[in-house]
Design a protein around this ligand. Structure first.
Ligand code: DAH
Length: 341
C-alpha cells in the first residue's frame, strides 16, 4: 500500500506539472481525488491492515492527498496566469498607431454669411429678432401699405392657406417690422433673419423658399444718409474695404423714398460679364425710409419719429461672399460642395 501511495503521488504530481488546460486539470482531479478515484481505492484497502499499521498508513494517505491538492491548486493558478497572459497579449494596444480622425461637420456657408451679418449689426447695437413663417396677410401686406390688388398679393405669387387669403407663408421678412413696432420700445434697431416663400420655379437664381434679413431703425431725426452709411459699412465688412455700392431709386409700398442697393460685380470688377449680365453691378437689397403711413398704422407718430428699413437676400449675399455661381448648390447639401468652405 505504501508503494501504491508513493507511486500515485509521483504520478499525480508529474501529470499536474505537465497539465495543459482546465479540462485536463479537472480530469486529473477526478482521477486521483474523486469518489471513484485512486486515493479512495487505496483507502478502501485500509480494512485489511492491522490496527498498528493503520494510523501510519492513514497519515501517509492524508499527506498524499494534501500534496496532490496543493499540486492541483498550483497547476490551476498556473493555468489562470497563462490565460491572463494570453489575453493581455491578444488585447495589446499599440499607442503608436495613428488614430482615426473623426469627421467633423461645419456650418453651412449661408449660415456663415448670416453669422457675419448678425455680428456686424449686433456690433452696431441692433437686436436680432425671430418671427413666424406662417404669417397673417394683414401683417405681410396691409400693415405694410400694400393695399388690396397689389400685384405681390396675387395667388400666383403667394402661398395662402385659406380661400380668404388671410393666412399665408410670409413672402418677405418685412412683417417683422410690424411685429417689432407692436412689441418694442422706441427708439429701436432690429434685424430679423428668416425663411420666406414665393411661387417661383427653381433655377440658378430662384427658389420657392429663400432667406432674407430684415433690418429696421426707428429713432428721432433718422435720415437716408444713416441708411446709406450703415449699408456701406455692412458691405465693407462682408466683402472687404473699398467694395463699391450704388443706390438706385425703386418702389416699395412701405418705404418712401425707396431704393435698391447694388454691389460692384465680384467677377469682373464692374466691367460687365455674364455673372452680372453685363451690368457691372449685382442687386443685393431693397431699402428706404419707412413710409409715414406704416408708422402711423402701428401707432408711431411720423412727426416725431422717422426710420429706415432694408431687406437683404441671404442666399445672394452668401453667393457673393463665397463666389458661388448657382443658388441650387446652397440647398442641395452635396457634401462635396459644402466641404469647400
Ligand atoms: N421686402 C422687400 C422684398 O422682399 C425688401 C425690402 C425693401 C425690405 C425695402 C425693406 C425695405 O425693409 O425697406 O423685396
Amino acid at each position: 500500500m505504501k508503494e501504491q501511495l508513493a507511486r500515485m503521488r509521483a504520478e499525480a504530481l508529474a501529470a499536474l506539472e505537465a497539465v495543459k488546460d482546465a479540462a485536463a486539470l479537472d480530469e486529473l482531479r477526478v482521477k486521483y481525488l474523486g469518489k471513484k478515484g485512486e486515493l479512495t481505492a487505496v483507502l478502501k484497502q485500509m480494512g485489511r491492515l492491522s490496527a498498528e499499521e493503520r494510523p501510519a498508513m492513514g497519515a501517509l494517505a492524508n499527506e498524499v492527498r494534501a500534496a496532490v491538492e496543493t499540486a492541483l491548486e498550483t497547476a490551476s493558478k498556473k493555468l489562470e496566469e497563462a490565460a491572463l497572459e494570453r489575453k493581455l497579449k491578444a488585447e495589446t494596444v499599440d499607442v503608436t498607431i495613428p488614430g482615426k480622425t473623426a469627421h467633423m461637420g461645419h456650418r453651412h456657408p449661408m449660415y456663415m454669411a448670416l453669422d457675419e451679418i448678425k455680428e456686424i449689426f449686433v456690433g452696431m447695437g441692433f437686436t436680432v429678432l425671430d418671427g413666424p413663417e406662417v404669417e397673417l396677410a394683414e401683417l405681410n401686406f396691409d400693415r405694410l401699405n400694400a393695399e388690396e390688388g397689389h400685384p405681390s398679393r396675387d395667388w400666383s405669387d403667394t402661398f395662402y392657406f385659406d380661400a380668404d387669403s388671410r393666412v399665408m407663408l410670409r413672402s418677405q421678412t418685412s412683417p417683422m417690422q410690424v411685429r417689432a413696432m407692436e412689441t418694442m420700445e422706441l427708439p429701436m434697431r432690429i434685424i430679423a433673419p428668416g425663411r420666406v416663400y414665393r411661387k417661383d420655379e427653381v433655377d440658378a437664381t430662384h427658389s420657392p423658399m429663400f432667406h432674407q434679413v430684415e433690418g429696421m431703425v426707428i429713432d428721432k431725426n433718422v435720415t437716408m444718409a444713416d441708411l446709406k452709411g450703415t449699408l456701406n459699412k455692412l458691405v465693407e465688412q462682408l466683402y472687404g474695404p473699398g467694395t463699391r455700392t450704388r443706390f438706385r431709386p425703386h418702389h416699395f409700398p412701405f418705404t418712401e423714398p425707396s431704393c435698391e442697393m447694388d454691389v460692384q460685380c465680384h467677377k469682373c470688377g464692374g466691367a460687365g460679364c455674364p455673372t452680372c449680365k453685363g451690368e457691372g453691378w449685382i442687386e443685393l437689397l431693397g431699402a428706404g425710409m419707412i413710409h409715414p403711413t406704416v408708422l402711423e398704422m402701428s401707432g408711431i407718430d411720423p412727426n416725431v419719429w422717422s426710420g429706415w428699413a432694408f431687406g437683404i437676400g441671404l442666399e445672394r449675399t452668401a453667393m457673393r461672399r463665397f463666389k458661388i455661381a448657382d443658388l441650387r448648390l446652397i440647398f442641395e447639401n452635396d457634401v462635396r460642395f459644402l466641404e469647400q468652405f
